[in-house]
Design a protein. Structure first.
Length: 382
């Protein structure tokens, strides 16, 4: 199916639910809602500071291998320094702005500004988002980095972000929740430029279209099944991405919970394809496909001792291949971590652990090189 047909489907869908829009706008609010004054502001902030220790000879703290010269193997770093505001203009309308000031430590072009979007909610069934936001294409797009169960997002998340499917992108989305029988379903239909955040314009006339469905299979154990699918055109070449994921939360004892995330993605790596010289690649972008999967179990013990709220133990295992058809090079990553939570909802957090990377083929003088890294991370959030 061509992308123009996909756009047509989205337009037909919006027209079909137009009566819902009208009904939502004409429904009178409660007396309590009428007394609320707008706008309302909520200010947010996040600090993540790290100590990094490279544990592999001749590999620096950024994972780059050096055959010659001095190598920096210990360093302090500010990973994120975010400031943001959520402005609720009316019961239906909100504007969200989020910036990461830590991006100024390197070339800030295409960085710094992360969220910059407006959202209008007609009802639980329909909401519209437009601007720059994290497109819903998997588990990690639904969770902020300050409350994830590992040091950072997965390798596949960042690679699919480079290809325009995940992370902060410019575009629009229709989303909401419906019930199919007794099963709650969250949906999202999205169209994006697909060339990352803070861009002056789209890189070409092509767009990327995709959808996400999340089925609530068990309320007791919080088992949710997510399905993702998308297609688009990049510089005249057809591209695609698909994925499936599952989350759960099992209560093992009064204060002990086991949370598990599993995710699989596969798609065209057009970012890699167009970065290669014409003479060094095939004629079809379809020959360059990436795929990856990870499992992230997290054991949480709610201790509630003075200011210490919980202790968590997690270990994410991930396998990712940026081009499994041509020049395959599988990357396997283990991320064991212990986390101490202070306050509520990770207001304060201390994390300690490792990132253990293993490549099928090491490439000297690059970051594609097997290495081990020790991390201590301090987090404070507002």
């Amino acid at each position: 199916m061509k992308c123009t047909n996909s756009l047509g489907i989205i337009i037909v869908f919006i027209l079909a639910i137009h009566p819902v829009f009208v009904g939502a706008q004409t429904t009178g609010g409660s007396e309590a809602e009428n007394t609320v004054k707008y706008p309302q502001f909520q200010f947010k902030g996040l600090f993540q500071g790290r100590f990094l220790g490279a544990m592999t000879d001749n590999v620096d703290v950024l994972g780059v291998q050096h055959t010659t010269g001095e190598v920096t193997q210990t360093s302090f770093d500010i990973k994120r320094m975010r400031v943001g505001v959520n402005a609720k203009i009316s019961p239906e309308t909100e504007v969200v702005i989020l910036a990461n000031l830590a991006d100024f430590k390197s070339d800030p072009k295409g960085k710094v500004l992360e969220n910059a979007y407006a959202k209008y909610t007609f009802s639980r069934y329909v909401a519209l988002i437009g601007g720059q936001f994290r497109a819903p294409f998997g588990i990690e797009d639904q969770v902020s980095v300050d409350i994830i169960k590992s040091f950072d997002f997965s390798n596949q998340y960042y690679e699919f972000g480079k290809n325009g499917w995940t992370s902060f992108q410019l575009g629009a989305s229709v989303l909401g929740s419906v019930d199919i029988g007794k099963v709650p379903v969250d949906y999202a239909l999205t169209v994006l430029n697909g060339n990352g955040k803070d861009q002056e314009k789209d890189k070409d006339n092509g767009k990327q279209y995709f959808s996400r469905l999340v089925f609530g299979l068990s309320k007791k154990n919080k088992i949710n099944l997510g399905l993702n699918g998308g297609m688009g055109v990049v510089f005249g070449q057809d591209v695609f991405a698909v994925g499936a994921d599952m989350t759960s939360n099992f209560k093992l004892a009064d204060k002990l919970n086991l949370e598990v995330q599993i995710e699989y993605k596969q798609g065209t790596n057009h970012n890699l394809y167009f970065s290669l010289p014409v003479g060094g690649r095939t004629a079809s972008v379809a020959d360059y496909q990436m795929r990856g999967a990870y499992i992230l179990p997290n054991l949480r013990y709610s201790i509630a001792y003075k200011r210490l709220s919980s202790i968590e133990f997690s270990c994410r295992y991930e396998t990712f291949n940026p081009s499994y058809k041509i020049d395959s090079n599988v990357r396997q990553t283990y991320t064991p971590m212990v986390s101490l939570e202070f306050g509520k909802a990770y207001t304060g957090r201390i994390e300690l652990g490792f990132t253990l990377d293993n490549y099928e083929k090491d490439i000297p003088d690059t970051s594609t090189y097997s290495s081990n890294l020790f991390l201590i991370q301090l987090q404070c959030r507002l």
